[in-house]
Design a binder for this molecule. Structure first.
Ligand code: D54
Ligand code: ZN
Length: 274
């Protein structure tokens, strides 16, 4: 079963008037991982699609998605799939890929239907593309590692870049995930914005009774969204996106828009946050 929910692009003036439920209805996505289903969110921010697929005992095929307006979803799009579950299979263009926990499969534009099976819990991302780049399975050891933060500031972590120009070519989809040193709970702090592109975060490997307080909003007008395990949050281009967990977690970041080399973060001075 395929479900697609559309989220419109909200401007900062509108966003700052929203209450908790209003913020969640526009920016927060839960229930993406349901056995036997593909659940997608189509956001008007850079037209990124994010979602989950859990094949369970059967298999699931991603092909026609009415929202994209093409016969097959990847006719004019590219895709990245991160497996946050046990090893699973992804079949595309006649090739079968075994995607282990923590691996990312990049699928180029025009690849046709994508079939998922096995014990995987697949986090799916897709952005519009203008040319076909090679489909490629990227293992954890192939990812580019950026170590930053410190234990004193509770933000010691490693950013693992999978869809990045130095690792795997794509048109505009960039993705990877960030792992923490034990005891570090702050992601993306000091905070930044990048008005030239949006971003989406999926928080996972978080214990059921723990939460991540995710911060959003313009730097001078911040709000928070409380996140549970395997829940996603859409970060508008004008928004900070950072968070602190009450326990250990990992998060996948993904983005589309201008800039593909990751060097475009406009840092926010701590004293400018409100
Ligand atoms: O624009 C880039 C993104 O926000 C993330 O890559 C940041 C991140 O993973 C981190 O600081 O831990
Ligand atoms: Zn960012």
């Amino acid at each position: 079963m395929l479900t697609v929910e559309t989220r419109y692009a909200i401007d900062p003036q509108t966003a700052k008037g929203l209450d908790t439920q209003g913020l969640r209805s526009h920016f927060h996505a839960d229930g993406l991982f349901a056995e036997g289903e593909i659940r997608l969110v189509y956001t008007h921010y850079d037209r990124l699609i994010l979602g989950g697929a859990v094949p369970g005992a059967g298999s699931l095929t991603l092909d026609h998605v009415a929202e994209t307006g093409t016969p097959s979803m990847l006719d004019r799009r590219e895709m990245g799939i991160l497996n946050i579950g046990e090893a699973g299979e992804v079949s595309v263009g006649g090739t079968n890929y075994t995607v282990n926990n923590g691996d990312v499969l990049y699928i180029g534009m025009g690849s046709g239907p994508v079939t998922l099976s096995g014990k995987g819990r697949f986090y799916i991302l897709s952005a519009p593309a203008h040319r076909s780049c090679p489909t490629k399975l990227i293992r954890i050891e192939d990812a580019r590692r950026v170590e930053l933060g410190a234990s004193e500031t509770c933000n010691e972590r490693v950013i693992l870049q999978f869809l990045h120009p130095e690792v795997a070519e794509s048109c505009q989809l960039l993705m990877g995930y960030t792992q923490f040193a034990p005891g570090s709970v702050w992601n993306t702090m000091p905070a930044h914005v990048h008005d030239r592109r949006m971003e989406a975060y999926l928080y996972f490997d978080l214990a059921d009774d723990q939460r991540v307080f995710h911060f959003m909003g313009q730097p001078e007008e911040t709000r928070h969204i409380v996140m549970g395990n395997e829940e996603a949050v859409i970060s508008p281009p004008w928004s900070i996106h950072c968070g602190a967990g009450t326990g250990a977690y990992t998060f996948c970041w993904a983005m589309a828009g201008d800039n593909v080399d990751f060097t475009d973060m406009d840092m926010v001075a701590m004293g400018d946050l409100r």
